[in-house]
Write a protein that binds this ligand. Structure first.
Ligand SMILES: O=C(O)C(=O)C[C@H](O)[C@H](O)COP(=O)(O)O
Length: 208
């Protein structure tokens, strides 16, 4: 089992995917990994998502598939059963902390304020999703959090783009960024894996 720190170091961007059609999961994950983004987050927001995670875990060994939008211990368990290698939440709850403690699959909880970060530090988390990054204060907020809380590493997600990602990645407390822009819905619908591979390649060229 890889640590969350190792998984977030696999690339500068973690694609966030919402998969409606399970048939797209494997070619989509292959295109992203081929473009240089092997750590992939599949949100648990659609009926197809558990099977999508299962298919990627089984058929795309070059990818490290995680599950996002994990809101409850039941979601956590379902994602682990499907083969998720990491678990992501937009926030956190005591129940999720317990589920994470009982699982060997690592957890990236979400935080957006100093108090939330401190609560998660108290539960021994060193890596957190900063969500929703843009609305919660963006680069300025993360830079400000680094002063009193320098040990925590973040994956800002929510409103991150190819254009603003470099500003986030330049911060010492940012491990990588997350975003859905590398797999636009229209490209997935059109099965345009070449375009997605190109978008992944451009994102992978960003330097941490
Ligand atoms: O579902 C989750 O677990 C989330 O935390 C939300 C996603 O990470 C964002 O919806 C991605 O945001 P965009 O890149 O702005 O589209």
């Amino acid at each position: 089992m890889q640590t969350i720190s190792a998984i977030l170091a696999l690339g500068p961007v973690v694609p966030v995917l919402t998969i409606d059609d399970v048939e797209t999961a494997v070619p989509l994950a292959r295109a992203l990994a081929k473009g240089g983004l092997p750590a992939i987050e599949v949100t648990l927001r659609t009926a197809a998502s558990p099977d999508a995670i299962r298919a990627i875990a089984a058929e795309v060994p070059e990818a490290t598939v995680g599950a996002g939008t994990i809101l409850t211990p039941k979601h956590y368990e379902a994602a682990v059963d499907a083969g998720a290698r990491f678990i992501v939440s937009p926030g956190c709850t005591p129940d999720l902390v317990r589920a994470a403690t009982e699982s060997e699959v690592p957890f990236l909880p979400g935080a957006a304020t100093a108090s939330e970060v401190m609560t998660l530090m108290g539960a021994n988390f060193t890596h957190m999703k900063f969500f929703p990054a843009g609305p919660a204060g963006g680069v300025k907020m993360l830079a400000a959090l680094a002063a009193p809380l320098p040990a925590v590493r973040f994956c800002p997600t929510g409103g991150v783009t190819l254009e603003n990602a470099p500003d986030y990645l330049a911060l010492p407390n940012v491990a990588c960024v997350g975003g859905s822009w590398v797999a636009p819905a229209d490209a997935v619908k059109a099965r345009d894996w070449g375009r997605i591979e190109e978008l992944a390649r451009a994102a992978a060229a960003l330097r941490k």
